[in-house]
Design a binder for this molecule. Sequence first.
Ligand SMILES: Nc1ncnc2c1ncn2[C@@H]1O[C@H](CCC(=O)c2cccc(C(=O)O)c2)[C@@H](O)[C@H]1O
Ligand SMILES: [Zn+2]
Length: 353
Amino acid sequence: MTQHLVDPRAPRDLTAFIANLPKAELHVHHVGSASPRIVSELAARHPDSKVPTDPEALADYFTFTDFAHFIDVYLSVVDLIRTPEDVRLLTYEVARDLARQQVRYAELTITPFSSTRRGIDERAFMDAIEDARKAAEAEFGTVLRWCFDIPGEAGLQAAEETTRLATDDRLRPEGLVSFGLGGPEVGVERPQFKPYFDRAIAAGLHSVPHAGETTGPQTVWDALTHLRAERIGHGTSSAQDPKLLAHLAEHRIPLEVCPTSNIATRAVRTLDEHPIKEFVRAGVLVTINSDDPPMFGTDLDNEYAVAARLLDLDERGLAELAKNAVEASFLEAGGKARITDEIDTYTAQWLSR
Ligand SMILES: Nc1ncnc2c1ncn2[C@@H]1O[C@H](CCC(=O)c2cccc(C(=O)O)c2)[C@@H](O)[C@H]1O
Ligand SMILES: [Zn+2]
């Protein structure tokens, strides 16, 4: 009987490598990360909701015809978050899911305006997310920080409210590090939000607006010049403007790339057409993120696997992507060094097996 020896040149199983690779995630939404189990549990608490309680039906419900449809579905899940306990449960479970993927550090984007305008007390909201953040760090070892974002389509009233919640020392949570702008981009010009970003930056927050997801490169330029963006959410259309790509690369402004999100919201037609290769070729600092994982039928590990396929990466290439996210994060230097060292040690051990 011939013995089938494992061919040492055979492609190693990158899935196993990714699953155990220590990671950081910079672009992932609080409500958008509610797992099917959490969403169906919340939907069962609120029978008036149009959100299905059955996880099967939920998978169909999370299939979008276009970006506007995605926002409608997103808001129907926001409507399920009605009490501080809902907020705490959601936040803690999102942290558990992140920890399961070896995420050591995540900057979770939260839209407090959407919850406070739906009646959740602002102080109770802040206490709920902070309780969950501290519990997650103690129990899972996952460090969470917050990005508060303005739902741009809700206009300047939402901008004012979000800025107040993010800069009032009696309210702003300890874990808050950055300030963003989300929702549809079409008809939501970035320059109008300059006064709010100026106040947030003056209060010590980092600027990380979405831009160039569903509109052209001018939106990315506007985010850089008017909102002083330190990172860009998506930035997908930057690939249409070589000068913009060169500027991002020269000034080492990271892109928060969310490949499957761009397909699910129809921002990009197919993964093979995704501009991530152009970003890397231009020398742009690319980070990999999941955006709204359960809604897009993905998770961070899968996004790393997609990046490996699109960029033809081996273990070292994947480790570099993970280190990019650590470098681009707003974690303090000691924490960055710790996670980067862990990534290097893990990768070296894996390759020496
Ligand atoms: N890929 C994404 N690209 C962009 N945004 C994304 C993405 N994923 C998730 N979001 C989130 O969707 C929300 C959209 C909320 C919104 O548009 C809206 C409009 C009018 C009223 C209200 C309200 O609350 O009353 C809200 C944003 O908060 C944002 O954080
Ligand atoms: Zn997003």
